[in-house]
Design a protein around this ligand. Structure first.
Ligand code: CDP
Length: 245
């Protein structure tokens, strides 16, 4: 009897595990990737990973330690001293990033980091360091990860790939509002310049440039509310999950 019960349990466990998919959300700066990724992860009970936070945290470490980005050896050595971890914070109901045991979730959103992050993220060794950890996080599936190369490089076999876009002016407005709430000294020009610069570097770099994966579904949210974009994406996700049955 016991043996039968454990076989049944194992069967249901396998079904549940098998039904989980990987969802990748890539796209331009500030087009709402993380908002959508968090909503999907919460609804599906999946892990949410903000891959951009990893590049931002590495950048913060490099800035604090005056790492010369042109010096490969220095960069490689510095990476050995970096440990990144995501810890779920029930208060914000989201996972927050820790750099060597320090919560840096908020400080990495600063403009000082935003100014340098795309240069850091263009370095091959930095990408190898981050991508290896991202792939490990997705081993058991049941994950929503947002970034620039998630559907193309990190999880090329993901079941659902979304590529997000939105008008430039809307993106600038959204990011300005977000940053202004934390720092009223920030200007709209500064935010606009930063988004344009990052989009340019991210899409023109040699290693893993930002581009839409061939099998990604484009989602333009210029005229969509958060609720509307969420329900569209949720339908796509549920469809993919149902196909696994
Ligand atoms: O929130 P936002 O879309 O502005 O950016 P983010 O997701 O926090 O990413 C910050 C920067 O990290 C990007 O501009 C890229 O340079 C880099 N990044 C990357 O190269 N690859 C990723 N998978 C994620 C971010």
């Amino acid at each position: 009897m016991k043996e039968y019960q454990s076989t049944v349990l194992l069967f249901y466990f396998c079904q549940v595990v098998a039904k989980k998919i990987i969802i990748t959300i890539d796209g331009w700066s500030s087009c709402g990737k993380s908002t959508l990724a968090k909503q999907l992860a919460k609804e599906l009970g999946y892990l949410y990973v903000d891959s951009g936070a990893m590049y931002r945290a590495i950048t913060l470490y490099f800035l604090r330690n005056n790492i010369d980005l042109a010096e490969k050896k220095e960069v490689k050595e510095a990476l050995k001293s970096i440990s990144l971890e995501f810890v779920f914070n029930p208060k914000s109901s989201s996972s927050e990033i820790y750099l060597n045991d320090e919560n840096v979730e908020y400080v990495i959103r600063d403009m000082v980091v935003a100014e340098k992050v795309s240069d850091v993220a263009a370095i091959k060794e930095v990408r190898e360091f981050a991508v290896a950890q991202q792939q490990l996080m997705g081993k058991k599936k049941g994950i929503v990860m947002d970034g620039r190369d998630i559907g193309t490089v990190v999880f090329p076999k993901a079941e659902l790939k979304i590529f997000m876009t939105a008008d430039n002016a809307i993106r600038v407005q959204r990011r300005f509002k977000e940053l202004y709430e934390k720092n009223p000294n920030v200007t709209i020009e500064e935010v606009k310049d930063n988004l344009e610069m990052r989009d340019y570097i991210d899409s023109h770099r040699e290693v893993s440039p930002l581009r839409k994966a061939k099998d990604a579904i484009e989602l333009d949210n210029t005229n969509l509310t958060e609720k509307e974009q969420f329900s569209k994406a949720l339908i796509l996700a549920r469809d993919k999950i149902a196909q696994l049955k």
